[in-house]
Design a protein around this ligand. Structure first.
Ligand SMILES: [Zn+2]
Length: 308
């Protein structure tokens, strides 16, 4: 491994070790980390947290990228083929990639983490039978995906199994704390204001978990169209319930949300953008919102702050 080799060479220069990079040095840090490829940033962040020092994670879909519409490039396909493990969300979130996952070579394992969630916890869209893939918005459900990651890393790298177990437990403790925070903060929203309107239906599990009525203009996938009638239905709901805020999503165009705001204005009902939520992508790397925990807290604070 490059990093360990560099350290040894420095030591050699200062005379502590006679040889540079000989086989005598067998510390754990010299092991090659597992090469992981993750599709969404939510999955990548989790694998990084659980795999820690023993994994090298590359995430295909960065900030603002919509997984429903994502088309893998030739370069991506090369990366997928070279990974030790591919972790992806599954449940058809990465709609254009399934064929690639099905055809990775026998050297690579492709794991759809969301498919480790018990089936009776999953929800389907009323008129299409499509399963809702946005499972990361219920920490309780997401904890099952952490189990899938822990199990897979441990089975491929048994000697560090105990480490992965501990990291997986720590990750799930973080999820429990996040859930408590969400319960407390969102619990303050008055009953009549508990309506969350967004561009697409990414918050179904979130709404079920925290008792919010959720309306997305587009369906479960951003590749679905919406009609004037869909806009009117949401506008009428906002007017009737006197809801004054709707939310834009970082990975979806704001055009549809503007149609709602303009429609409400024509009925003399003022609606504002309550803020930007992270739905299918997270924030920039290196910022709070560039982590799963940070983006979740951002959403909670934005929603609780605007629906009062
Ligand atoms: Zn989505």
């Amino acid at each position: 491994m490059k990093k360990a080799g560099f350290g040894i060479c420095i030591a050699a220069l200062t005379g502590i070790l006679a040889a540079c990079g000989t086989e005598e040095t067998t510390s754990v840090s010299e092991e090659e980390p597992l090469r992981i490829l993750a599709t969404t940033s939510q999955v990548g962040d989790m694998v990084n947290d659980i795999g820690g020092e023993y994994v090298e994670v590359e995430t295909l879909m960065g900030p603002g990228v919509d997984p429903h519409l994502y088309q893998p490039t030739q370069e991506d396909i090369g990366k997928l083929a070279n990974a030790d493990i591919i972790f992806y969300n599954g449940l058809n979130l990465e709609g254009n990639m399934q064929e690639v996952f099905d055809n990775v070579g026998s050297e690579t394992t492709a794991v759809p983490v969301a498919e480790n969630i018990p089936e009776d916890m999953l929800q389907t869209e009323a008129d299409s039978d499509s399963t809702d893939p946005h499972v990361w918005f219920d920490p309780d459900m997401w904890s099952y995906t952490a189990d899938a990651v822990t199990e897979e890393l441990s089975s491929l790298n048994t000697e560090n199994g105990e480490y992965y177990e501990q990291q997986g437990e720590a990750y799930k403790n973080m999820l429990t704390e996040l859930d408590t925070y969400a319960e407390e903060e969102l619990g303050r929203i008055p009953d009549e204001s508990r309506v969350l309107v967004t561009a697409h239906d990414a918050f179904g599990y979130f709404g079920s978990a925290y008792d919010l009525e959720v309306e997305g203009l587009q369906g479960l996938s951003t590749d679905s169209e919406y009609s004037v009638r869909d806009v009117d239905n949401i506008v009428n709901l906002l007017v009737e319930r006197e809801i004054g805020a709707v939310f834009v999503e970082s990975s979806v165009s704001g055009r549809s949300i503007n149609a709602i705001i303009e429609g409400a204005a024509r009925q003399d009902h003022e609606v504002e953008v309550g803020g930007e939520l992270y739905s299918d992508a997270m924030g920039d790397a290196g910022t709070e919102e560039g982590t799963y925990e940070g983006m979740f807290r951002h959403n909670i604070d934005t929603i609780a702050g605007s629906l009062q």
